[in-house]
Design a protein around this ligand. Sequence first.
Ligand code: AMO
Length: 434
Amino acid sequence: MQDRTYIDDCEPTESTTTIAGHVHEIRDLGGIQFVLIRDRTGRCQVVVKDDEHPALTDRVDDLGREDVVRVTGDLVVAEQAPGGVELFPDELVVLDAAATDLPLEIAKAVDADRSTRLDHRAIDVRSPETRAIFSLRSKVIVSLRSWFRDAAYEEVETPTITAAGAEGGAELFPVVYYDREAVLSQSPQLYKQVLVAAGFDRLFEFGTAFRAEAFATSRHVSEISMLDVELGYIEDHHDVMDVQEASLRHALDELRTRADRELTRLDVDLTVPTDPFPRITFEEARELLATEYDHEPEDPTDLDTRGERLLGEYFAERGQPAVFVVGYPEEKFYYRQDVPDDEIASRKFDLLYRGLELSSGGQREHDVDRLRERMVERGLELADFEFYLEGLSYGTPPHGGFGLGIDRLVQQIADLDHVSEAILFPRDPGRLAP
Ligand code: AMO
């Protein structure tokens, strides 16, 4: 490996320091040149004085933006410089020269439209603001994973090429699988349930889910990163919400310290909910929307985008960025519903975070006869679900879980207008490349 120090880790010392990265900006003031070097952690100003280093001055004259260089020299405290230090080089090596026709502006605030930026994504992510989103995203995933590992959850992987959809509906991508037709997985739902039945009673999976949404909104993409969780031996859906709440709070709390640099770069003031997240029933949510905002979502079984946004505002004003809405009617077959003494229609919840649905979850129906009835009522082919029904038929603990959309979580944390901005190479109905 080439010896170098990340810019953010550079400490001014007596000894020489080597940094490496892209040339972000060059300023030549006649007699003195400033070259801003960018690596994944920050930017460092390299200062070349003509009278001290004529050979290096010639080399800087030949430099272009985005050239990849390695620079070695003495670091000196300089309050006015980015990062508070300057490097006075003894050596500057060009590792690769960049083409000069950059398709996007990197050094200045990016004002290209989103579509152009996504078309040239590998260039767009060089801009420090965009880069910060993905550094933040990586830290979100690390924090969530560490919470589940510490809580003795096992990490599993389930297939993405499957025989039938798990979530129902028409949002399936067909794939040719040898001489048969298969579909890309909409969710590991059925697999995670049969695994809990088999004794994997605390599991999680970071996976990819595919939804052939026919429309493009600021919160939908066709390829989603999902954290799926499932746990056995629960009393009810509140146990699942406890896990969703604790893991998310842990991740947000850790970000405040571990992603301080990224949050600052993105100008985000992250508030971590300290109290339990409010849990309101679906009926209470509709009632609140009607009385506080005179808003009645058209579909009586759901809250619409505006409804979720207004609920977000209502709870944000009361210091709560997150709220659970519990008991959605007419739910998918696998949620427990119509439980005799329950005052709610189902044990399904959604987690709204800053006015956007981030996760869905709940307690599952584990009575196989009732499951079969529900599936038939919904017009599903039982033959497509044999492995599921078999897996649950031989002793299944009461269980539940949730699926958290990682892309939307990053969208909300980084305060991005569009979910595709939180994804390196997003897929939507209009985009299959890069
Ligand atoms: P659901 O279908 O609600 O539930 O999906 C869970 C979460 O995934 C995210 N999500 C999406 N994000 C971006 N674009 C999309 N097209 C999209 N679709 C879903 C959302 C959503 O809250 N099996 C259940 C979960 C469970 O009960 O365990 C499921 O997949 O953040």
